[in-house]
Write a protein that binds this ligand. Sequence first.
Ligand SMILES: [Mn+2]
Length: 246
Amino acid sequence: MTYVMSDLHGEYEKYLAMLRRINFSTKDTLYILGDICDRGKNSAMIYLDIIKRIKSKKYNIIVIKGNHEDMAEKHLRNLIEEFSTGDINPLELRSRKELWNWYGNGGEETVLSIFKECNEDRYLICNFIESLSHYQIAEVNGKKYVMMHGGFDIKPENATIDDIANLEPKELMWSCPEFDATYFNDDNTYLIVGHTPTIMLRVTLQEASIFRGKGNVIDVDCGAVFSDFCGRLGCLCLDTNQEFYV
Ligand SMILES: [Mn+2]
């Protein structure tokens, strides 16, 4: 089976619970549409688990880069080099202006997690984040799924799948689609994104669920880290259309 989830945001326990819930096995493929890090406390544990599974060559896990990986990537390697010996001083780091944008978006949790959980494997996480792709296309049961973290700004009626390869990575990581539009003029193709918590696409506050627009847009970011605001981790099976939640 092929599964899609997104925006884990350091929620390691929910990630593990979801793998158990879907009985994730070496026969399956899992797409994670970015924003594994920041806000939640255990980003490093998720990255290390994914890296371990990919390196074993037994598991098919494909991760797409999110805007939080984009922010992390700018600073992480420098911090790891700077503190290759000795400990970080969290308060001193908070005072660094160049980190404010990332820290204001939950980056401090990622830094603390990596410096607590990792030693020589800190660089593994850096290398992994830097290696991530910005979009993926999958075919399941004759249907095509174009996947990215955020979205893009081309008008839905003008967009073709070939356009995606020519877009700036920034656009794919930071944009949002028109959620009720039909993209690619094709009923057999779907656009799957994360990034925008689906709670924000509903009129009333209710337990978060996977959003399917009036056209062919699917948003799987159910706000795993926002459990105080009805968020949970969602996962979609592309073969059966079944939705899973933890
Ligand atoms: Mn995002």
